[in-house]
Design a protein around this ligand. Structure first.
Ligand code: KIV
Length: 280
């Protein structure tokens, strides 16, 4: 059964926690679906973990469509949310609707995600009016890295915490079906989760959110350039991949790869005939 905004909303009501991971390619998305993930986010974090940029600001609509379409081809029951990249919606409500539409039509997404609070409520309403579900994103919003002056925990003072709660309520009122809370104190995220009727998805926001999301290269220990306190390493694939690559290189040097089992046979007769022909 395909997950939808309705099934995700039911999770909030029933108390079943929503599991989400980021995904950027066909093969990984397929493995995630086989593992039973509820939803995947084609995050603009792909700029860092797949494309090697310093932050998410250089990611384009074409990047997002390319990766989103690959992920969408890899899953059938998993709900696919795709990030709207920097400057694909901030410029105008019109741009927001057009670009959200492209992520659905060309990128195969089921919903889009955009960052911000009061300033994007009009955009959220317009996109949802076009029948495109919108996930909000509050707290640490990486597209505002230059305005924040760094990756910092958000909502720690009374004023900042009230502001975050107000923005979450505004995003819900604008029509968002869910909201990501990133780098927010756990007790504040719990309060926001209790106040909202839509599901909250936490990343660095504690266990009381309605669901959790992690960047998969972070949780698998494949990307070690930025290390956040909230990441749990379920694997150390960077080490395991290095070992595998080293073994392969050694095998090639020692000519122990490819073995007979990796090669295709041909009748000796054919080769003998060719050799005789060459000698003439
Ligand atoms: O781009 C991304 O991966 C995200 C998650 C961190 C929520 O926005």
């Amino acid at each position: 059964m395909k997950n939808t905004i309705v099934s995700l909303q039911k999770c909030k009501t029933s108390g079943k926690k929503i599991s989400m991971l980021t995904a950027y390619d066909y093969a990984t998305a397929k493995i995630m679906e086989q593992s039973g993930i509820d939803a995947v986010l084609v995050g603009d974090s792909l700029g860092m973990v797949c494309l090697g940029y310093e932050n998410t600001l250089s990611v384009t609509m074409e990047d997002m469509i390319h990766h989103s379409a690959a992920v969408a081809r890899g899953v059938s029951s998993v709900f696919v949310v795709t990030d709207m990249p920097f400057m694909s919606y901030q410029t105008s409500v019109y741009d927001a609707v057009v670009n959200a539409g492209r992520l659905i039509k060309e990128g195969g997404a089921n919903a889009v995600k955009l960052e911000g609070g009061f300033e994007v409520c009009e955009h959220i309403t317009a996109i949802t009016r076009a029948s495109i579900p919108v996930m909000g994103h509050l707290g640490l919003t990486p597209q505002s890295i230059n305005a924040f002056g760094g990756y910092k925990v958000q909502g720690k003072t009374e004023q900042a915490a009230q502001n975050l709660l107000d923005q979450a309520l505004a995003v819900e009122k604008a029509g968002a079906f869910s909201v990501v809370l990133e780098c927010v104190p756990a007790k504040l995220a719990a309060l926001v989760t209790a106040e909202l009727s839509i599901p909250t998805i936490g990343i660095g926001a504690g266990a009381q959110c309605d669901g959790q999301i992690l960047v998969y290269q972070d949780m698998l220990g494949m990307y070690n350039e930025v290390s956040a306190k909230f990441v749990k390493h379920y694997e150390n694939l960077s080490e395991r991949m290095t070992e595998a690559f080293k073994t392969y290189i050694a095998d090639v040097q020692a000519q122990t790869f490819p073995g007979v089992e990796h090669t295709y046979a041909i009748d000796d007769e054919v080769i003998d005939t060719l050799k005789k022909r060459e000698k003439k």
